[in-house]
Design a protein around this ligand. Structure first.
Ligand code: PLP
Length: 423
């Protein structure tokens, strides 16, 4: 009965005039009109995001719902191909059977199992840090850290192109906020000088930026941090597992593992791709987050199957750096062949390879035409990237074969010539 009434209200129906049901019916009708107009604006602006439905596992070859099979996938964050690795899947099944579907609890009530503690210890060991704390996502880790750590006496200095979750996390804290120009060390230095009046300074940057595939100048950031007595925080979502000789991340790649104080990262990309995030760093900081960080305190524990996936992914990475090395070689193959074909690829040495096209329509029609040739890539345009800097973002995975990469380059070359992106 309640359901019938709810459906009537959502469809804009209701009771007689003056009844409480008609009042809420009018409010819902008004809400529907407002939402429909907002949705129309999004469509009109050409920024509508549609979701393609995949009917297979995540991997280099996909099946799309509605027929398309054998689609070559170049747009997942599955950098190491571990999302469908047999040992990762087996570890998830074993954890599910042994520890159950989920905890029905936050960590501090009755939501901590031995596997959560083991995974936190493994993450800290992987990054060579003192301790780690798990979250439901890296978005949550970023939402939780700044507010718990910084007060109005402190300052945070953030790269202007940092991920949305860092921006939101900083919004939630009461520290003094400085935004420095993207990877501009002169601007960071000026802001650090200004921030000397505050008790504590925290420089926050993505380790690798997901739209451009560029890597933060961490060595220079750490030098400035040392000069101006600041702490360094990095978000390693697009680095953990594959940047650096052993896949430890941007700090390993640039030789500053001992100079970065705090790392936030995800379990939902290279590390098995299921879900989850974490902070790793000094033990007192992790202890404080367990007491104060709101997304940790007020959200459910990670499900055992998810913990099992990430734990196995880390085992595989700590056993050998072969997967990370294989991804680096594939990345190099794609970048050099595309450059030789005449395309401009943004960034350097990163598996995020944005094929720069400039024009938004060109990026959209080329991405569509690539899919017609069985290659799944995504075009990005304003407001996701600046006006005039539209691109197709290609992401390389260790499980792409050399033939997959070559097929992608050939298709780009054909499509680029057809649409005038290449002579
Ligand atoms: N930080 C960066 C740089 C990201 O790219 C993402 C995901 O897109 C996140 C944080 C959020 O990670 P998660 O998916 O674990 O919430």
């Amino acid at each position: 009965m309640w359901r019938g009434a709810a459906v009537r209200v959502l469809r804009g129906g209701g009771g007689g005039a003056g009844s409480p049901r008609s009042a809420s019916g009018a409010a819902v009708a008004q809400l529907r009109r407002r939402l429909e107009s907002e949705l129309e604006d999004i469509r009109g602006a050409g920024t509508w995001k549609s979701e393609r439905i995949i009917s297979s596992r995540q991997g280099p070859h996909l099946r799309l719902a509605g027929g398309g099979a054998g689609i070559l996938n170049f747009c997942a964050n599955n950098y190491l191909g571990l999302s469908s690795h047999p040992e990762v899947i087996r570890a998830a099944v074993e954890a599910l059977e042994k520890f159950g579907a989920g905890l029905s609890s936050v960590r501090f009530i009755c939501g901590t199992q031995s596997i959560h503690k083991d995974l936190e210890e493994k993450i800290a060991r992987f990054h060579q840090r003192e301790d780690a704390i798990l979250y439901a996502s890296c978005f949550d880790a970023n939402a939780g850290i700044f507010e718990a750590l910084l007060t109005p006496e402190d300052a945070v200095l953030s790269d202007e192109l940092n991920h949305a979750s860092i921006i939101d996390g900083i919004r939630l804290c009461k520290a003094n906020k400085y935004r420095y120009k993207h990877m501009d060390m002169q601007d960071l230095e000026t802001k650090l000088q200004d921030a000397q009046k505050h008790r504590l300074r925290l420089v926050a940057s993505d380790g690798a930026f997901s739209m451009d595939g560029d890597i933060a100048p961490l060595r220079e950031i750490c030098q400035l941090a040392q000069k101006y007595d600041a702490l360094v925080f990095i978000d390693e979502c697009h680095a953990t597992g594959f940047l650096g000789p052993n896949g430890r991340g941007t700090d390993e790649l640039l030789g500053v593992m001992d100079k970065v104080t705090i790392i936030n990262s995800t379990l939902g990309k290279a590390l098995g791709g299921a879900a989850g995030g974490y902070t790793t760093g000094p033990k007192p900081l992790i202890d404080l987050l367990r007491q104060r960080s709101r997304p940790y305190l007020f959200s459910n524990s990670l499900p055992p199957a998810v913990v099992g996936c990430a734990s196995k992914a880390l085992d595989l990475l700590m056993e050998s750096n072969a997967i990370a090395q294989s991804m680096a070689a594939k990345t190099q193959r794609f970048r050099s062949k595309m450059t030789a074909a005449g395309f401009t690829i943004s960034g350097k040495d990163h598996p995020i390879c944005p094929v720069m096209l400039g024009d938004a329509r060109l990026a959209a029609v080329m991405a569509e035409d690539m899919l017609n040739r069985g290659i799944y890539v995504i075009g990005f345009s304003y407001p996701v990237v600046p006006k005039g800097k539209a691109r197709i973002r290609v992401q390389i995975s260790a499980v792409h074969s050399d033939e997959d990469i070559d097929r992608c380059v050939e298709a780009f070359t054909e499509v680029g010539r057809k649409h005038g992106a290449l002579p």
